[in-house]
Design a protein around this ligand. Structure first.
Ligand code: FAD
Length: 334
């Protein structure tokens, strides 16, 4: 994965998308434990008692009716704020007008709710763009496509960066190209190596061709330059030496069967800032003191990833701190 010096990522067998896989597993576990899941219920407020301990949450149900859940401990796991343009721009103005890869629920509610009862925030201006998102459609093409060997070419049919630099660097490089767009280029061999790519074919996002020349024609870019670019890259992959951009990980030549291209541009992807927690997933106030009974885990928290989250690390974050928060909240109640 981009920015990594070693192979560290664990994926479902065959390269299926990992998020859905994780949710399926957790759903089965939740049902087995008879967890009271209340979908489409919205937390509006975290309630404190006179001593400043958490005592419950105010919620609206599907019909908009408000009710209160009384509890001694609350875990905020309401995600980041990538889908809240206003909040994104308030912390990072140059992201005005950017699309997002996130679901509509990434509103930053959890951060606002926590802040409302005195939680400290950290790294709020650290907002990440993902470099390979399909323009207008806002569909993110997983980094694993580059990780498995895809390259980026611009409208002049040339490579312009080491594709496996960190997301901030690759995003910036794409925005510097003509129209702020690049093409992810790969072949049949790569498609077979990564099941997750099928989704992009099913969604009609991929331009396909039987040869590099034909693909260049379909993309209206220079045929000869494109052939030269791909040949040069294949030679680099064969020699395991990319003298042009010093890409170290060159897993395959791109010369097997059909060839493919997907247009990409950066979009808001991950908000590294959020509620300040300690290693017990307890939320801290501005005096670095624990707010009794308040826990948080996942993208709603800040300070876990520094200024640049690496691919795969968000799921490591939610699983690790989710588990820590769950155990500690249960112990706190007892
Ligand atoms: C397209 C895409 C692909 C990704 N791929 C990877 C990957 O391969 N590997 C990786 O490590 N990371 C990946 N990530 C990042 C990772 O998926 C997220 O960081 C992670 O899912 C965040 O989990 P979370 O539980 O903290 O928040 P979320 O999954 O965002 O869940 C928060 C939930 O809280 C709900 N909520 C919000 N406000 C309220 C409220 N007031 N009341 C009630 N509910 C509320 C939201 O609707 C949502 O359901 C990807 C992200 C995207 C967008």
């Amino acid at each position: 994965m981009a920015g990594a010096t070693n192979y560290r990522t664990h994926r479902p067998t065959g390269g299926a998308a990992v998020g859905a896989h994780l949710v399926d597993t957790l759903k089965v576990a939740a049902e087995k434990e008879k967890v009271d899941l209340r979908l489409w219920n919205e937390v509006k407020e975290i309630v404190l008692d006179k001593e400043g301990n958490v005592s419950g949450v105010k919620v609206t149900n599907k019909e908009g009716k408000e009710y209160t859940i009384n509890t001694k401990a609350v875990i905020i796991a309401a995600g980041g704020f990538s889908a809240n343009q206003e909040m994104v721009v308030s912390y990072k103005e140059d992201l005005k007008g950017f699309a997002t890869t996130n679901h509509n629920g990434a509103t930053g509610d959890g951060i606002v709710l926590g802040k409302g009862i005195g939680a400290d925030l950290v790294d709020m201006e650290e907002i990440q763009t993902h470099p390979t998102v399909v323009p207008e459609k806002a569909v993110m093409v997983t980094e694993a496509v580059r990780g498995n060997g895809a390259i980026l070419i611009n409208k002049d049919a040339k490579r312009f960066t080491n594709e496996l630099f960190t997301r901030d660097v690759v995003s910036k490089a794409i925005l510097e190209q003509k129209d702020g767009i690049a093409y992810l280029f790969f072949d049949e061999g790569l498609r077979k190596s990564l099941k997750a790519t099928e989704e992009y074919f099913n969604m009609g996002l991929v331009t396909e061709a039987d040869s590099v020349e034909e693909l260049a024609e379909k993309l209206s870019i220079d045929k000869n330059t494109m052939v030269e670019t791909i040949n040069k890259y294949n030679k680099a992959a064969l020699d395991k030496k990319d003298s042009e951009f010093n890409r170290e990980d060159l897993p395959r030549q791109l010369n097997e069967g059909k060839v493919y291209a997907i247009p990409v541009t950066p979009a808001v992807h991950h908000t590294m800032g959020g509620l300040k927690i300690n290693i017990n997933a307890e939320v801290l106030n501005k005096d670095a003191k624990v707010i009794p009974g308040l826990f948080a885990a996942g993208e709603v928290t800040g300070g876990v990833h520094g200024g640049n989250r690496l691919g795969g690390n968000a799921l490591a974050d939610i699983v690790t701190f989710g588990r820590t928060a769950g155990k500690n909240a249960a112990a706190f109640i007892k």
